[in-house]
Design a binder for this molecule. Structure first.
Ligand SMILES: Cc1cc2nc3c(=O)[nH]c(=O)nc-3n(C[C@H](O)[C@H](O)[C@H](O)COP(=O)(O)OP(=O)(O)OC[C@H]3O[C@@H](n4cnc5c(N)ncnc54)[C@H](O)[C@@H]3O)c2cc1C
Length: 318
């Protein structure tokens, strides 16, 4: 038995979800009494995975420095076959969900995304995962010789367990790609919904795009990503890449702050796996309060500036 974790990277550094994927892989290996290795691509801080119990890293840099699922799937499948890997652990980001099916096809492996816990059973391998836009759990059996577990964002958590870690530079033998990247234009200087720990989201209750400075100021203080409800992006107040919910992006953050959002079922479907939900709404009957961990009944135009002021004062103290 051998566990391999895929640690994602960007701009030559590990992504935030690498810590959780590593923690899961190490815990799984311990349950299986197996070894656990990490594969990283272009991550100058790869050795930091040692903080989460990873003792061995295969660092592959002869693939494109930007994310290329085809090249990475070829490199990983060659490594996994050579090293007789039985369990692969990957994240649940958009990149991971692009890479994992390609990898599964190459290795003839089983694949379960959005897994929320260590396996219920090791043989046959049975994992619990969210289904139907987080409305249900499915217990899925993976019956192949090698299986891929996609850990849901923020569903397992990070376990600190510092060990000595060696990083081996590996020349992947097979890195061909079906993609040719012409250009990449990225929004910079702003946390993305997928990677942020905190998301501040606004709805139609904000009345118009001219009031979004409230959402942006609050997000800036909390180092958060900004998001919105569907009508807000449909009306062009915010760009479509901020729309969250059933037909938008899923949000699995540690903290989701919803301001002037009613909490329609289609919105909740995309955000209810976030750990703590804070709702600010002037209607005490707004459905979102039923799903909230903390609620403020009040006018966003009064509550949010006060919250910003209080957070600024709090930050100034620390
Ligand atoms: C097939 C389908 C798919 C959909 N997918 C999605 C999806 O993915 N994501 C999504 O978001 N929606 C989706 N919707 C739309 C969804 O049903 C709701 O219409 C939408 O979420 C409502 O957006 P909202 O809460 O911003 O606006 P509203 O429903 O208009 O709610 C505005 C809220 O702001 C509050 N408010 C007003 N003024 C203030 C104030 N001054 N201070 C504080 N609060 C205030 C109001 O009390 C109200 O609760 C979908 C609908 C369908 C039919």
């Amino acid at each position: 038995m051998s566990v391999l974790i895929i640690a994602e990277s960007e701009n030559n550094a590990l992504k935030r979800n690498a810590a959780e994927v590593a923690s899961y892989g190490v815990a799984l290996a311990s349950k299986l009494n197996a070894s656990c290795t990490a594969i990283t691509f272009h991550a100058s801080n790869a050795a930091e995975l040692g903080q989460y119990g990873i003792t061995k890293i295969a660092h592959i840099s002869n693939v494109p420095s930007h994310f290329d699922a085809y090249a990475q799937a070829n490199a990983i499948s060659a490594y996994a076959t050579q090293n007789k890997v039985t369990h692969i652990v990957i994240g649940s980001s958009a990149d991971a969900k692009f890479l994992a099916p390609l990898l599964a096809a190459k290795l003839n492996a089983g694949y379960a995304p959005n897994v929320v816990a260590l396996p219920d059973e090791l043989s046959p391998l049975t994992v619990k995962r969210t289904a139907f836009t987080n409305k249900a759990f499915a217990h899925t059996q993976l019956l192949a010789a090698c299986n891929i577990i996609g850990v849901g964002n923020n569903s397992f958590g990070v376990i600190e367990n510092e060990v000595n870690c060696t990083v081996d530079e590996i020349e992947a033998t097979h890195t061909a790609s079906n993609l040719e990247q012409i250009s990449i234009e990225k929004i910079t200087g702003k946390a993305t919904i997928a990677d942020a720990d905190v998301v501040v989201s606004g709805g139609r209750g904000l009345k118009g795009p001219e009031n979004w400075h409230l959402i942006e100021s609050l997000a800036e203080i909390l180092d958060a990503a900004t998001a919105c409800s569907k009508p807000v992006s449909d009306m062009g107040w915010r760009s479509h890449d901020e729309h969250v919910g059933q037909t938008g992006k899923p949000v699995s953050t540690n903290l989701y702050i919803a301001i002037g959002i009613s909490g329609a079922i289609q919105h909740l479907a995309g955000v209810n796996s976030s750990k703590v939900k804070v709702v600010i709404n002037n209607d005490p009957e707004a459905p979102f309060f039923k799903a909230a961990d903390y609620g403020v009944v009040g006018d966003a135009f009064e509550v949010v500036p006060e919250l910003i002021q209080k957070l600024k004062a709090f930050k100034a103290l620390s």
